[in-house]
Design a protein around this ligand. Structure first.
Ligand code: ZN
Length: 283
């Protein structure tokens, strides 16, 4: 669930607050830990991270990359749908099932990895290329030029929403922000990429940038330092089925396919082939 805007703010906050902090100990929950931790170094997740000092946090697509002072390894975290971090005093209530805790020399705070469905992954590696699919990622959605966007789009022929969420095309966009971007661009989520006009492709690129940049600013304001939150109150259509479209007032539609919800406005985003869709359809 965390996508580019949320991860970008988490990166900012954790980068600022973890820098220079020495990890005194690492606690791994016996049940969840082995599912979320992937030690690609073969030298031990706990062993390598104990006594390591956080240096910087970067982001690549939906991965957060933690580096450590004078250390050859990176902690690459892909929270997937349900993972998140919580940086808080040890007594603070858990934001969900905690699988890994980083304890610091100063005991006033700890960093938790929380994941209700244990879907996320914490890779410890000396080589990012060893992480499955990492090397296949396209450029970050915020860094792709209109020309590159257009040329990268060419080999993909399917429904445009599916294309937008493929990291091989551009990295950082998931189900929620794809809905928001397509609403902004006034393009139906199930339009085939091959049916989009040149003008629509330009508009899509522009909407992608605008939506991601503006959303990052809104997340920054609403999340503050509480990196475990997922502020989405500002969404125009995603998870707003039945509410009025902020642009035209039409009731927002909802289609569930492949266990993913798609929300859009039938008036602002006309067309699209609705074929063989199973699941709920409202309005
Ligand atoms: Zn509308």
């Amino acid at each position: 669930m965390p996508e580019l805007p949320e991860l970008e703010v988490v990166r900012e906050v954790l980068g600022r607050r973890l820098r220079g902090r020495l990890i005194k100990a690492v606690t791994v929950a016996p049940r969840g830990g082995p599912i979320v931790i992937r030690d690609l170094t073969g030298q031990g997740f706990i062993r390598l991270l104990t006594a390591a000092t956080f240096e910087a946090v970067a982001r690549r697509g939906k991965f957060l990359l933690f580096t450590f002072a004078d250390a050859p390894f990176t902690l690459a975290v892909n929270p997937k749908l349900t993972g998140r971090f919580q940086l808080c005093p040890p007594r603070e209530p858990k934001a969900g099932p905690v699988h890994v805790v980083f304890h610091f020399k100063s005991p006033t705070e700890e960093l938790r990895y929380v994941d209700a469905k244990r879907m996320g992954q914490l890779y410890l590696t000396q080589d990012l290329g060893a992480i499955p699919t990492f090397g296949e990622m396209g450029p970050d959605a915020l860094e792709v030029s209109p020309e590159e966007f257009r040329s990268r789009l060419r080999p993909f022929r399917g429904e445009i929403k599916g294309v937008l969420t493929r990291a091989q095309f551009v990295a950082g966009i998931g189900n929620a922000y794809a809905d928001e971007i397509l609403w902004h661009a006034q393009i139906h989520p199930y339009r085939k990429r091959t049916s989009l006009t040149s003008e629509e492709i330009d508009r899509l690129h522009d909407s992608m940038r605008t939506t991601l940049i503006e959303s990052t600013e809104k997340v920054r304001q609403e999340m503050g330092e509480a990196v475990h939150l997922k502020p989405r109150e500002f969404f125009a259509v995603h998870m707003r089925a039945g509410e009025a479209c902020p642009r035209c007032g039409t009731s927002i539609s909802s289609i569930t396919a492949n266990q993913r919800i798609t929300n859009f406005c039938r008036t602002c985003q006309p067309g699209g082939l609705i074929r063989g869709m199973t699941g709920a359809q409202t309005s």
